[in-house]
Design a protein around this ligand. Structure first.
Ligand SMILES: Cc1cc2nc3c(=O)[nH]c(=O)nc-3n(C[C@H](O)[C@H](O)[C@H](O)COP(=O)(O)OP(=O)(O)OC[C@H]3O[C@@H](n4cnc5c(N)ncnc54)[C@H](O)[C@@H]3O)c2cc1C
Length: 396
């Protein structure tokens, strides 16, 4: 662990009455704190190490989760390596080195954590867990990083806290009056838990349609989305991916709320979804206008009784702990800059990775490299790069 030091308070001389002594705020001094140990945080840590920063005093990673795996450890069991889009390799160690590529039916919630664990071990990354960062405040040249355990004093921050902690549910009138169950994607485990119940699935993303497909095999479902879903009949090409990332990158450079990458790529028509369409499950209805105690009501007055409302309405970036740093514009957006738009324009000592254009496993990889390089340059530390950085078009 980094060296113990004081931050912003003077140690009192030994008091006669300890209870009357002024509080002494001890903080571990470190150059860069990485917050979060998912794909984005691990990639950043790898590159900080490659740039010559010492584990502990030079950089460390704080992670809220009890075990390696980032948010992947919480994903529902039916999300397997064959149903995820793709988990991209972290730099320096292939996924296939740890998980047999033939094991396509292994839950991602087991495989990815195993990979991350092996990765942390191989590169001896200084990850401290479970440590929850509660709040980060500016203290002159440094940041004060307060956690549920120790306090840290850092010169720079790489924030990689993902979105899993911040489920988003839109507000509709009558939501509190509903007598059935309301759940979010985050709470979903198995379709069987809904057998015999009428389930309304809300949302037009990949998770929504995958979960809808599963639940509709065991019970009655209704699907509502805000806009007409766009299905993609042809394979997703690298050019499609680059175009989608470019759109989101443009948004964050202008300080707009990012929006998810998937929202601009459309829904891939997998064999499972084709079959669901043939079963009539993808007959989408527009959003209801109100929630009633028994179900929902549409604008034309028509009502539908349901037992469960499952909100597959996505997530927002988990950034509340950075609120005192005032990185947001008045409308809530954050103006991003730097090579891959990881640098906060208002304060170049703060990088956000896994945010906006880098909210995917491949994006997080590249963002980690760019953030580590730019932040160490800003702070004037490190600089020994054993490996060249990948180009924006290249792999992780
Ligand atoms: C259902 C679902 C399926 C997906 N499928 C794919 C896919 O197939 N392919 C793909 O490329 N991407 C996919 N994504 C996106 C992908 O998971 C992420 O963009 C990517 O893994 C990068 O993750 P991350 O490191 O930004 O965040 P995470 O994996 O969420 O890691 C963030 C870490 O930060 C920690 N943390 C959060 N808050 C704090 C705090 N205050 N203090 C300390 N630690 C904190 C968390 O505990 C966690 O360990 C999917 C996302 C979802 C929700």
């Amino acid at each position: 662990m980094a060296q113990h030091d004081e931050d912003g308070a003077t140690a009192a001389s030994t008091p006669a009455d300890p209870a009357a002594a002024p509080e002494v705020h001890l903080a571990y001094k470190v150059d860069i704190v990485v917050i979060g140990a998912g794909q984005a945080g691990l990639s950043s840590a790898y590159h900080l190490h490659e740039l010559g920063l010492a584990p502990g005093r030079g950089y460390l990673v704080l992670d809220k989760a009890p075990a390696p795996g980032g948010a992947w450890q919480y994903r529902w069991p039916s999300l397997t390596l064959s149903t995820v889009n793709r988990v991209h390799d972290l730099p320096g160690m292939a996924f296939a080195d740890v998980i047999d590529p033939g094991l396509t039916e292994v839950p991602a919630s087991q495989a990815v954590p195993r990979y991350y664990e092996a990765y942390e071990r191989k590169f001896e990354l200084p990850v401290y867990r479970p440590v929850t960062v509660k709040v980060v405040c500016a203290r002159g040249e440094r940041f004060r990083v307060e956690t549920d355990k120790e306090t840290f004093s850092a010169r720079g921050l790489i924030n990689a806290t993902g979105t899993w902690e911040t489920p988003y549910i839109p507000d509709y009138p009558g939501r509190e009056s509903f007598r059935g169950r309301q759940l979010h994607t985050r709470d979903y485990r198995t379709a069987e838990a809904f057998a015999g119940q009428r389930v309304l699935v809300v949302g037009g993303g990949i998770s929504a349609v995958q979960i809808l497909d599963e639940i509709s095999r065991v019970t009655d479902t209704i699907w509502v989305t805000r806009s007409e879903p766009r299905f993609r009949d042809r394979p997703f090409t690298p050019e499609d991916g680059r175009a989608a990332v470019a759109l989101v990158e443009d948004r964050v450079r202008r300080g707009l709320i990012p929006g998810s990458i998937v929202s601009v790529t459309g829904l891939p028509l997998t064999p499972a979804l084709r079959a669901a369409r043939e079963r009539g499950v993808l007959a989408r209805r527009p959003m209801f206008s109100a929630i009633t105690p028994e179900g929902v009501r549409w604008a034309d007055g028509q009502e539908e009784k349901v037992d469960v409302i499952l909100w597959c309405t996505g997530f927002r970036s988990s950034l509340d702990h950075l609120a005192p740093l005032q990185i947001r514009e008045d409308d809530g957006g954050i103006v991003m800059t730097g090579r891959l738009a990881t640098e906060v324009a208002r304060d170049p000592r703060i990088h956000l990775v896994g945010y906006g254009p880098s909210a995917s496993t491949i994006g997080a990889n590249r963002a980690g490299a760019a953030a580590a390089r730019e932040l160490t340059a800003t702070l004037g530390i490190g600089g020994i790069s054993a490996n060249p950085l990948p180009s924006p078009g290249g792999g992780g």
